[in-house]
Design a protein around this ligand. Structure first.
Ligand code: NAD
Ligand code: DAU
Length: 334
């Protein structure tokens, strides 16, 4: 099968390419990636001779049309993905997440190519900390940030192109991923690499916000389950029952790295900070028989800490610039 992976030099896309080539070695993979600050071609080094890499923008209609015409499947990961950045400058989020997705949809419509859309649980807004409810496929959309509202927009565009133009699509909305090759701006790698750099980890607000963690390989195995067996036009939520508050996760990282549980700084909270995300993945599990492999979060976290220890050459070039951006907007509250 010929597969076009957008955003394949990013965190989840790169892991998807690795998993695909390991498990489906006959796949012909083309990666289309703009190599923004978040894209890193080195994440594809282990498979560089087995893929075609195209450096370009998903909003470039001519380029996208040419690539989509030559493929059997588009898996669309490319996005501006970081909430904090979207609060500083929303425009790149509108460009890539809304205009870029529309550009891809026009091309898959034109060439009748199967399309899988990668999205986020953040389209549903947030839940109260003491609410037993979890998100399901029928939860109303209620995004909070410029990032999540552009992802919600992209989901709605997919639904419209599917209903109005017959595009053969599926959508998945996944919770917070962790694992190798995640940019050091994100919570777990930021704290691990702060510790490895001799700096104190940074916790927003009181650290009570809850995220529903899933290992990136489990996300990607679910994406393949949906591509293989999902019903056209359907949405599937992906989650691995990994709810934990940020302080608990940070204390686990401190323990894994041999530090005291209070060896971190409280810093300014994120404006509009979503309280809690939680996924009910019953539909995916019952309809497609998917189950996660990484059911022990602590074991997955330890493996991730080890990966960052062993791959400093991968993350070090981004670290200082990333921390400089944070330093310009956050204050230590201890
Ligand atoms: P990332 O920021 O690590 O990677 C994004 C990639 O997209 C980068 O390689 C970047 O260069 C590329 N890109 C950005 N703009 C582009 C453009 N205009 N044209 C071509 N390429 C472009 O993101 P990620 O964490 O790997 O997320 C991938 C997808 O998964 C996103 O759609 C995101 O919304 C979704 N998602 C992420 C998570 C998570 O926890 N990280 C959870 C659920 C869903
Ligand atoms: O839920 C899925 C989403 O998860 C994806 O759609 C996004 O692309 C992805 O970035 C992620 O969004 P979050 O905003 O939840 O992830 P982030 O890693 O930025 O933050 C996780 C939590 O940790 C959040 O509550 C904010 C907090 N945080 C984050 C950073 C960077 C801290 O306390 N300190 C930090 O330094």
């Amino acid at each position: 099968m010929r597969i076009l992976v957008t955003g394949g030099a990013g965190f989840i896309g790169a892991n998807f390419v690795h998993q695909t080539l390991a498990q489906r070695p006959d796949s012909q993979v083309t990666v289309l990636d703009k190599l923004t600050y978040a894209g890193n071609k080195a994440s594809l080094d282990p498979v560089a001779d087995r893929i075609e890499f195209v450096h370009g923008d998903i909003a470039d209609a001519d380029l996208v049309d040419r690539l989509v015409r030559e493929t059997d499947l588009v898996v669309h990961f490319a996005a501006e993905s970081h909430n904090d950045n979207s609060l500083t400058d929303p425009w790149p989020f509108v460009h890539t997440n809304v205009i870029g997705t529309t550009t891809l949809l026009n091309a898959v419509r034109e060439h009748d190519v199967r399309y899988h859309h990668i999205s986020t649980d953040e389209v549903y807004g947030d839940l109260e900390l003491d609410d037993p409810a979890r998100f399901t496929e029928s939860t109303p959309y209620n995004p909070s940030s410029p990032y999540s509202s552009t992802k919600a927009s992209s989901d709605l565009l997919v639904r419209a192109w599917t209903r109005s133009f017959g595009v053969r699509s599926t959508i998945s909305n996944c919770s917070n991923n962790y694992g190798p090759y995640q940019h050091v701006e994100k919570f777990i790698p930021r704290q691990i690499t702060n510790i490895l750099s001799g700096s104190r980890p940074k916790l927003y607000g009181a650290g009570q916000n809850v995220r529903d963690w899933i290992h990136v390989d489990d996300h990607n195995s679910a994406v393949w389950a949906i591509i293989d067996g999902g019903r056209i036009g359907e949405t599937y939520l992906i989650g691995a029952d990994g709810e934990a508050n940020n302080r608990t996760v940070l204390e686990a990282i401190l323990e894994e790295t041999g530090n005291a549980p209070d060896a971190f700084d409280f810093v300014t909270d994120r404006p509009g900070h979503d309280l809690r995300y939680a996924i009910d993945s019953t539909k995916l599990r019952t309809e497609l028989g998917w189950t996660p492999t990484y059911v022990d979060f602590r074991a997955g976290l330890k493996a991730t800490v080890d990966w960052y220890r062993e791959n400093e050459q991968w993350w070090r070039p981004q670290k200082d610039a990333t921390e400089a951006v944070y330093a310009s907007k956050e204050s230590v509250l201890n």
